[in-house]
Design a protein around this ligand. Structure first.
Ligand code: FAD
Length: 401
């Protein structure tokens, strides 16, 4: 039997995992990625100033494990940092700085900080070893006909772009397209013309800006590495996740109006804002660096996307941010995307007909992805204010007595 030609659009973590699952089933797999190969490039994807770290949870770990490459998960986990609890930093009513460690799980399970770029690299390296996988970088999906099963790409190398040479257009055939091309998915856009898709997008009233907390002068972590650190500020918050090089990647999340005020504020007022709301942060990121990072690094929006169905007939399906971009407050965007890949391939394995498999995937996955999107929105309030509530103080008291 001729192997099925599966085309994956997007070589981010979700697309790379989807390609691995498809290759394991014996499909003839081609991955088309807009950007250059991140293993050879110094540019950083997704607008991040440096490769960001993410919280990898059990959901994502199980999806990587089920990919059927026994050493893959070990390779990934070796490069992660366990975060067993969140550390909440705040001032109590008497002005005393409190550091409250709140365990994530009564059974001792934990999240792990992982470098997104590193995870992506490990997955791409694994794909590159497989004979039935071809990776095409600097290929941008520009069109697709999901009835005739044809897709079109613009191909342009950096050298062509610099020389002002026009991109070349190519046409390919496929049996199945898996769209993993992120929140602004081109696959989803073209699929909408075929599937009767309901679509909803919302920019929430929150921007984010990334900061780096460098290692200490003795080359150590400045704060506990086994925590996800949160400085709740009521309507805004600052968080920090550890990196293997002993730095932390930190993020300020705040309403647009707060960002506007801070953009207009002087450097000393900006530092004063941090001192007032995020105790001790300026002990770890010096004032000049804090202001410079705030002014230099982009202030980016957060989008929430829900759509249904997630497939068309037997020819197209979307996964990851392409199907459900969620706000980051539950640390589940990538994890849920990886899980979607596991569930998609379970459906393909359990149904003779690909069309029935894709329909079953949409049926189970749509409600789950909508639920995690709603939970993520609710968790913003939890992180920025409820974490200092009496409930947690009471729970801690019970745990300790
Ligand atoms: P992406 O990572 O967006 O990858 C899509 C790929 O498709 C890209 O490589 C892109 O270049 C390519 N592409 C786009 N258009 C085309 C085209 N036309 N043709 C070909 N290729 C194309 N998630 C977590 O699980 N845990 C966290 O702790 C977490 N923290 C986050 C913090 C922040 C501040 C943000 C913004 C997000 C966070 N997320 C987190 C979410 C996570 O980053 C995303 O869910 C994840 O990156 C989605 O992966 P993806 O592969 O679906 O899409």
């Amino acid at each position: 039997m001729t192997p099925r030609k599966t085309v994956v659009i997007g070589a981010g973590p979700v697309g790379a995992l989807a390609a691995l699952y498809a290759a394991n089933r014996g499909d003839d797999v081609a991955v088309y990625e807009l950007r250059s190969d991140l293993r050879e490039s110094t540019t950083t994807p997704l607008n991040f100033t440096k490769s960001i770290n993410l919280a990898l949870s059990q959901r994502g770990i199980e999806a990587i494990l089920a990919a059927g490459h026994p050493l893959l998960l070990d390779t990934v986990l070796q490069e992660t940092i366990p975060m067993a609890a969140r550390m909440v930093h705040y001032r109590n009513a008497l002005g005393k700085v409190i550091e409250d460690s709140q365990q994530y799980d009564v059974h001792g399970r934990f999240q792990r900080a992982v470098d997104r770029g590193l995870l992506n690299r490990v997955l791409l390296d694994e794909l590159a070893k497989m004979d039935n996988v071809k990776l095409f970088f600097q290929h941008k999906l520009t069109g697709a006909d999901f009835r005739r099963k044809k897709a079109w790409f613009e191909v342009q190398s950096d050298r062509d772009a610099v020389a002002g040479r026009r991109a070349q257009e190519i046409e390919i055939d496929f049996d199945l397209v898996i769209g993993a091309d992120g929140a602004h998915s081109s696959t989803r856009y073209h699929m909408m013309k075929y599937a009767l898709m309901d679509y909803q997008q919302e920019y929430i009233d929150c921007l984010w800006c990334e900061f780096s907390m460098t290692p200490s002068t003795t080359d150590d972590y400045r704060i506990s590495p086994n925590h996800l650190h949160i400085w709740p500020g009521g309507s805004f918050m600052f968080i920090a996740l550890p990196n293997l090089d002993k730095s932390f990647t930190c993020t300020l999340f705040a309403p647009v109006a707060t960002f506007t005020d801070l953009e207009k504020a002087s450097d000393s007022d900006l530092v004063h804002f941090f001192d007032k709301h995020f105790p001790n942060v300026t002990d770890h990121i010096d004032s000049a660096s804090l202001s410079a990072q705030f002014r230099r690094n982009p202030h980016l929006p957060l989008i929430n996307i829900k759509c249904s169905p997630h497939h068309f007939s037997d020819s197209a399906v979307i996964v990851g941010d392409a199907a459900n971009a969620i706000v980051p407050f539950y640390g589940q965007g990538m994890n849920a995307g990886l899980e979607s890949v596991r569930i998609l391939f379970e459906a393909l394995d359990n149904h003779e007909s690909p069309a029935e498999a894709l329909a079953a995937y949409t049926k189970t996955r749509t409600k789950d992805t909508h639920a995690i999107a709603d939970l993520a929105l609710v968790n913003y309030k939890e992180m920025r204010s409820s974490v200092t509530s009496r409930f947690y103080k009471l729970r801690k008291y019970i745990e300790e007595t």
